[in-house]
Design a protein around this ligand. Structure first.
Ligand SMILES: CC(C)(COP(=O)(O)OP(=O)(O)OC[C@H]1O[C@@H](n2cnc3c(N)ncnc32)[C@H](O)[C@@H]1OP(=O)(O)O)[C@@H](O)C(=O)NCCC(=O)NCCS
Length: 232
């Protein structure tokens, strides 16, 4: 893992925390998922994921803000994502997967991420941030939290698959020590795009953990976060 330099600034503290995903988060997680991966069909089933013993999901949320507070209007949906939303509405998807908690009691979710843990490998399935909250350090916070959880579970490596065109995500992963270990040609069925397989070195190694600590410190100075802990 290579340590990268950050240009640090005295920005306001990021009002963002991370905890394990709960059932009541699913409606918002579905919204974020559809915004981030509009062409993925069938959409991920987070209800099912939460019941799996292999799966570990987390959310980033804003302290003190709930879902019924006024939002910036979402951009109009187009093409395939519009079709997906219509099908979801037709089957009343969110009624099935939403929790009983009223909106006023539900924390406002800004992003989520998850991985499957098998043998000694944590495979990241998803990481996504609401469009209007991107470039605010939340994606990085989620990735740090995933690495911390995987370390706690004694995973040896972390792997993931990313679209060849997704340079944004790849640059985040590379910063955190992921490198390309394979290529799946035409892997994505919607546009036959290649899938890039990425993996870390041994995450328990002293060199990886030392770089991770430096990256955390840089992230902390930039976004004012003082505690990196996934609340249960
Ligand atoms: C990838 C994603 C999760 C990043 O979330 P984010 O909250 O915007 O990321 P951060 O603000 O924490 O940025 C962390 C780093 O990622 C990289 N990055 C993020 N957005 C970028 C962009 N638009 N262009 C280039 N690099 C970018 C940068 O290295 C950035 O660090 P910097 O701000 O110090 O330059 C977000 O863009 C997203 O949800 N995308 C859609 C879903 C997706 O593609 N997920 C990955 C599937 S494998």
């Amino acid at each position: 893992m290579q340590c990268s330099q950050s240009v640090l600034s005295e920005d306001e503290a990021l009002p963002c925390y991370v905890r394990l995903m709960r059932r009541e988060d699913i409606a918002q997680v579905n919204e974020i998922d559809r915004e981030a991966f509009p062409t993925l069909w069938p959409p991920a089933n987070y209800q099912h994921e939460l019941q799996s013993r292999l799966a570990h999901y987390i959310v980033a949320y804003e302290e003190g803000k709930t879902v019924d507070e006024p939002e910036v209007e979402a951009p109009p949906e187009k093409g395939f994502s519009r079709l997906v939303s219509r099908v979801r509405r037709l089957f009343n998807h969110d009624r099935f997967f939403d929790s009983e908690l009223p909106a006023s009691d539900r924390q406002y979710i800004t992003g989520f991420a998850g991985f499957w843990f098998m043998a000694d490998e944590a495979h990241i399935t998803n990481i996504a941030v609401r469009e209007r909250h991107r470039r605010q350090g939340i994606g990085e916070l989620l990735l740090i939290s995933i690495i911390d959880l995987a370390t706690e579970l004694k995973a040896r490596i972390i792997t993931l698959e990313v679209r060849a065109s997704n340079i944004t995500a790849q640059s985040l992963y590379r910063r955190y020590g992921f490198s390309q270990v394979g290529l799946r040609r035409g892997y994505y069925s919607d546009n036959r795009e290649d899938g890039v397989l990425m993996a870390t070195e041994d995450i328990s190694s002293a060199s990886f953990q030392s770089c991770l600590n430096q990256l955390k410190e840089a992230h902390s100075r930039k976004w004012g976060i003082t505690l990196y802990q996934v609340a249960r």
